[in-house]
Design a protein around this ligand. Sequence first.
Ligand SMILES: Cc1cc2nc3c(=O)[nH]c(=O)nc-3n(C[C@H](O)[C@H](O)[C@H](O)COP(=O)(O)OP(=O)(O)OC[C@H]3O[C@@H](n4cnc5c(N)ncnc54)[C@H](O)[C@@H]3O)c2cc1C
Length: 284
Amino acid sequence: MREWVSLHRLTSLRVGGRARFLASPDSADRVIALLSWAKREGLSRFVLGAGTNVIFPDPGYDGLVIDTRRLTGIRMSGTRIIASAGEPLARIAWLAARAGLSGLEWACGIPGTVGGAVAMNAGTREGETADVLSSIEAASPSGPIRLDPGELRLGYRESAIIKGDLPIVVTAATFELTRSEPHRTVELARRLIAERRRKHPTGPSAGCAFKNPSEGPSAGELLDRAGCKGMRVGGAYVSELHANFVMNEGEKNASEVLELLESMQKRVKEAFGIDLEPEIIVCK
Ligand SMILES: Cc1cc2nc3c(=O)[nH]c(=O)nc-3n(C[C@H](O)[C@H](O)[C@H](O)COP(=O)(O)OP(=O)(O)OC[C@H]3O[C@@H](n4cnc5c(N)ncnc54)[C@H](O)[C@@H]3O)c2cc1C
């Protein structure tokens, strides 16, 4: 356990002040012990994966941040992959593709951990975590639990975990895939990655900033038509390639990123009367 640890290096946007406590447990038992400790001490806690969809505010986090990236291990059994929460999602997606197991090709280009993908129900137009998730193991203050996907209430980039209704730490996930041919699955993964490279900017970001509305144009189209490309607040700016990507040239400048996100939302509201919902999680 470390104290007063700078969080900006742990997020892809490079923002955030310091955490009062940061722990990097390497087993589910240690996660459970940490949850009990935080409860006893009356500390709030935040579960961190690879930090590719998170903004920590500039004043930091006055509680316990549990960094899950040391929860590692992957097992393959027939058409199943059982992966610990800290494993990179793309690693298991590539393992599956090379083994000719289909269902996770869309994930080969997505940053983040397995635990983050479950909590966010990460996905693309080609598929999402919920399509292939068979069960999860998790830590709660009262001990280890096993849950079916239905109990997680996975929706479009949301879950009962994200909503705060299920205060657990995902420690492992089992994915059920479909038997195919390696040349097909690898070819599909490569094609999807090439498409992403064409459409997505590179550099510090947190991926898409806002969710797509349930109908009509995508968030990216709305932001583009509202003239958001190139908007800037300090080091934070909207990509010229994709209007739903907030990029960051700065560091520890969460307030600039948050101000920019608010201005983008406002422009779309003024232009189209639509309230865009953030996809990025702001840790409070
Ligand atoms: C360049 C780029 C491209 C992206 N493209 C996509 C995309 O195409 N599709 C997509 O869906 N997302 C995309 N993202 C966003 C992000 O990669 C995903 O949301 C990813 O699943 C987040 O995983 P993470 O490990 O980084 O989670 P974090 O960002 O660390 O956390 C996200 C949320 O999940 C919770 N969480 C994390 N781990 C656990 C756990 N073990 N147990 C309980 N809760 C947990 C956190 O508390 C937080 O609320 C992109 C991001 C970037 C930077």
